[in-house]
Design a protein around this ligand. Structure first.
Ligand code: KG4
Ligand code: ZN
Length: 340
């Protein structure tokens, strides 16, 4: 059975086709990021308008070259939230319309559940990827930073989350402070590559707190204070600031994972997902610190950021578990509706 995935929760318009083993047969993703490069963030109205424009061309580009038709699909899976309301409505309206025209069932998927499934996606004819439970997933993006402990695909609980900003937001805001373009994660990480991560010591948040939770607002303020202290920030100094700030964010993420693993010692796999999991230093550090005790896995880089393949994989699993049916769309949905 093939599943058509549609994801439009933020500034991406993504359509994908996956098979029953979560192999991605086709995927097309358009982004309106370049519109927001100079503005340090997404403008919801503009993102939704772009998505209305490119929804049909993206769908066409994903299906036509492979010879797929919507009627070949066994299921349509679409992001139902959380996210920007106008963007979510663009994707869900398209999915519901295709469902009624072609008689294919449609299922609504929580966006973060999609990220949790991104480690199970294989590209094309690659070997399918399986998961050993219990599994701890750190999902870190621009909108959320959460730790999920699962005993099976759809059962488990949230064991930690951010108290203020998300990790990706910390990257984006830090980049804005240093005059780097949006989205800040990739631009700050690129600059950090030529910097010295030990140049500045930024205070690590919640170090003595036993809970595996996150807080990034203090780090953001520390970077602002540091930047204000220097009159002329040349590229060398900027690279040092980027590397030190990236190290502080990543250390904080690793510290929370360490706390979570000590609370849940039976964990067999550690997954790191979401836009921030594309960060190479984070991958290196997570692997270095935890691979002796658990199997550490990341999604393919192309599945770290928002994409429709992860929504198709999660939707397929929900469908197999009889969790289809009517769904509402919500800008602020709780994932505990899907995982319990
Ligand atoms: O998962 P995602 O595409 O969208 C949301 O669900 O928010 O995550 C986007 C976030 C942005 O904040 C972006 O700056 C961050 O992921 N990001 C990165 C990297 N690539 C993207 N952060 C750090 N390093 C990267 N290489
Ligand atoms: Zn996301």
């Amino acid at each position: 059975m093939l599943t058509l995935g549609i994801e439009t929760s933020c500034d991406e318009t993504s359509v994908a086709v996956t098979d029953e083993e979560n192999r991605v047969r086709s995927m097309t993703t358009a982004s309106s990021q370049d519109l927001f490069e100079k503005r340090a963030g997404v403008i919801p109205e503009e993102a939704a308008r772009k998505q209305v424009e490119c929804m049909i061309p993206v769908l066409d580009e994903c299906l036509r070259p492979q010879g797929y038709r919507v009627s070949d699909m066994g299921l349509i899976a679409v992001t139902r939230g959380p996210g920007l309301m106008g963007s979510l409505l663009t994707g869900t309206t398209c999915a519901r319309t295709l469902s009624s025209v072609f008689g294919v069932p449609v299922i609504g998927v929580h966006h973060v559940l999609g990220h949790l499934f991104s480690t199970e996606l294989a590209w094309g004819d690659e070997e399918p990827r399986t998961v050993q439970f219990p599994c701890l997933t750190l999902s870190a993006s621009g909108g959320h930073t959460e730790l999920w402990y699962r005993t099976s695909h759809l059962s488990g609980r949230l064991i930690g989350k951010t108290r203020d900003d998300a990790a990706g937001e910390a990257y984006d805001k830090g980049a804005a402070t240093l005059g780097l373009p949006y989205p800040g994660g990739p631009s700050l990480a690129a600059m950090a590559e030529i910097g010295d991560k030990n140049a500045f010591l930024l205070p690590l948040p919640l170090r003595d707190d036993p809970q595996p939770e996150f807080s990034f607002s203090g780090l953001k303020t520390s970077l602002r204070t540091l930047a204000k202290r220097h009159q002329n920030i040349d590229d060398i100094l900027k690279a040092d600031m980027c590397a030190s700030y990236q190290k502080a964010i990543n250390d904080h993420l690793c510290d929370a994972v360490k706390k979570a693993l000590s609370i849940m010692p039976e964990t067999r796999e550690l997954h790191v997902t979401g836009g921030v999991s594309a960060n190479r230093e984070l991958r290196r550090e997570m692997t270095e610190r935890f691979s002796a005790s658990v199997s550490v896995k990341f999604p393919h880089t192309r599945f770290c950021g928002d994409n429709a393949a992860m929504i198709a994989a999660a939707g397929n699993r929900l469908w197999q578990n009889g969790r289809g049916g009517e769904f509402t769309v919500g800008a602020a949905l709780a994932l505990s509706q899907a995982i319990h």
